[in-house]
Write a protein of this length. Structure first.
Lengths: 308, 269
């Protein structure tokens, strides 16, 4: 007892009052952060982690049953990886669509992002709002608008007929599905790119120019590397969202191609084979989760979102 | 040099305007279809009519789904803003041990395909024996909207000078007083844009609602069902109304936001 109290007794006269006050205050700060995060953590635990855990549990249950937690089998995965089945096709399409969406969007969005960060000046806010607004219109409404545009006797076909031609038959093809994905996910590429480009200090670009660097060189050596965190977030976000996209192939693609999420939905609804659907969903989750985690661990969110 | 800069700026403006036209083109097509008289859409529109609009407004079924959608969006907004307000403080304001991990956790639902999340939620509700209704859809929306609103408010929190709070505390202000008189007025613009985002994202959400509303239906869900089977020009008419409602809300919200920014500037100064 006396040994335990001794250091205290010694510290008190030498240690300042401030220190004694700051230790509990610091401890309070730690718990205050945790405390404020609790409601969000509860939502994520109940609404994100628990459902995914259920999916994982179902993935190992006997096919066509609801025996979750009571049976353990790998048969669902065998079914998926069996080359005689064509389930893998939907994954191949989804991954292909997602990769193509990322490439097309990177090219489409970059000039706009650059404009928002550098060129538009006082118009930048207004242009941003114009690009954000479609996010608040449900994607099926917007995609259906494209159906009305491309459909026979629709806006494009009708206009071309007036001019003596005929509209191309693009609806219900894989190509239009890709078009729909590029259309829907544009804001998810654009805004992270703007954040990234906003991180490039103007003085650095000017300094490079003063030193005689060509525009291509400035872009390759200064702008692109410094904007990369934002661009990477944009690419990752578009990729993971497009991998799970389903409305585009249903509404515009007319189910000419079955994508991964559509296959999962079929297993959950018509086929009533929840374990198979869960196994598919688990594979998709692992692909998405692995990509996100790799990218997220490399990013400094405080810097990107602007902590001073 | 100057000329090449001007040329590249012209290209950027042209390209942006071109893409914006494409962004709004399908919305315009929907508006046309909702205002044409014939049951099947044809362009150029032969005869105009506001019939489908008035029929949509008079339909009892449509009134019901609009009520459901508004109820979901309102509750989502209130809950999401409260949860995300504290979530944003933990995200950007306090230095605490688990912050880095927490920041990444918050982003995960945003980096996740919504249809898959909806299906996972359906499976989970079924496993624990919860019957999906419009109330469960509120929870489903929150899973995705709380992280988005947390980020929106966090951006505002990053620009917040914590010494203001400390100064007030040093002058003897209580914690509740500091929250009410200092923290909230300065963070109001962020909270307000967060609320706007929450309402509008919930209002327009389709993939999460599809699997988690059970027998109830929201506006986007109902529209989708009619697109697949039973198209009438009421579908684009309601789609257009829903878009106009969102635009009006965004405009009003934006004006209030401008006002709040101006006031927050006065408090900080």
């Amino acid at each position: 007892m006396s040994e335990l109290t001794l250091p205290h007794a010694e510290e008190r006269p030498t240690g300042t009052r401030l220190e004694a006050r700051s230790t509990p205050a610091a401890r309070k700060k730690v718990s205050r952060g945790l405390l404020s995060s609790l409601p969000v953590l509860v939502v994520l635990l109940l609404g994100f982690l628990a459902p995914l855990a259920t999916v994982a549990a179902y993935a190992f249950a006997t096919p066509r049953t609801f025996d979750v937690f009571r049976s353990f089998t790998l048969i669902n995965f065998e079914t998926i990886f069996d080359p005689a089945n064509t389930v893998w096709m939907s994954f191949a399409w989804s991954l292909g669509f997602a990769a193509a969406t990322v490439v097309v969007l990177a090219i489409v969005a970059y000039p706009i992002a650059w404009g928002l960060a550098r060129v538009f000046g006082r118009w930048a806010g207004f242009v941003s709002v114009l690009f954000v607004f479609p996010l608040f219109v449900s994607e099926n409404v917007r995609l259906y608008g494209w159906t009305l545009f491309f459909i026979k006797n629709g806006v494009l076909d009708g206009t071309l007929k007036l001019l003596g031609g005929a509209g191309p038959e693009v609806l219900y093809t894989p190509g239009i599905t890709l078009f729909g994905m590029v259309y829907v996910y544009l804001p998810f590429m654009l805004f992270p790119m703007v954040l990234g480009l906003a991180m490039v200090p103007k003085e650095l670009v000017e300094a490079a120019r003063d030193l005689g660097a060509s525009r291509l060189m400035i872009w390759r050596e200064v702008e692109l590397p410094l904007a990369m965190p934002g661009i990477m977030i944009g690419m990752l976000l578009t990729f993971v969202l497009a991998v799970g996209a389903v409305a585009e192939s249903k509404i515009l693609g007319g189910q000419s191609v079955i994508v991964a999420t559509h296959d999962i939905e079929i297993a959950f609804t018509y086929a009533q084979n929840w374990p198979l659907g869960s196994a598919l969903a688990l594979i998709l989750t692992i692909i998405v989760g692995a990509l996100s985690l790799i990218a997220l661990t490399k990013l400094d969110l405080d810097r990107i979102l602007g902590r001073r | 040099m100057n000329q090449s800069v001007r040329r590249s700026n012209a290209f950027i403006w042209t390209w942006t305007i071109f893409v914006l036209v494409l962004v709004y083109l399908p919305i315009a097509c929907g508006a046309l279809a909702g205002l044409s008289k014939s049951r099947y859409f044809g362009f150029p529109v032969a005869a105009w009519s506001t019939d489908w609009w008035s029929r949509a407004i008079d339909s009892f079924e449509v009134q019901q789904i609009v009520k459901t959608s508004v109820a979901i969006a309102l509750i989502v907004t209130v809950v999401a803003v409260i949860v995300a307000f504290f979530g944003a403080l933990a995200f950007a304001r306090y230095d605490w041990k688990g912050r880095r991990l927490y920041q990444k956790l918050v982003l995960l639902p945003i980096f996740f395909p919504q249809p898959v999340l909806g299906l996972a939620l359906l499976l989970w509700m079924n496993a624990v024996g919860i019957q999906p209704t419009w109330q469960t859809a509120i929870f489903a929306h929150l899973v995705w909207i709380v992280p988005v609103v947390t980020l929106v408010i966090a951006i505002q929190v990053y620009g917040f000078d914590p010494t203001l709070e400390e100064a007030a505390a040093d002058l003897g202000a209580g914690r509740l007083f500091v929250l009410r008189e200092i923290t909230l007025p300065i963070l109001w613009p962020g909270v307000w844009s967060g609320a706007l985002f929450a309402f509008l994202l919930s209002w327009g959400n389709f993939p999460l609602s599809l699997y988690t509303t059970g027998a109830d239906s929201t506006v986007p869900e109902w529209l989708y069902a009619k697109m697949v089977a039973g198209y009438t020009p009421m579908v684009p008419a309601i789609g257009t109304m829903s878009t106009l409602a969102a635009a009006t809300l965004l405009l009003t919200g934006g004006l209030i936001l401008a006002l709040l920014r101006w006031r927050a500037g006065k408090v900080a100064a």
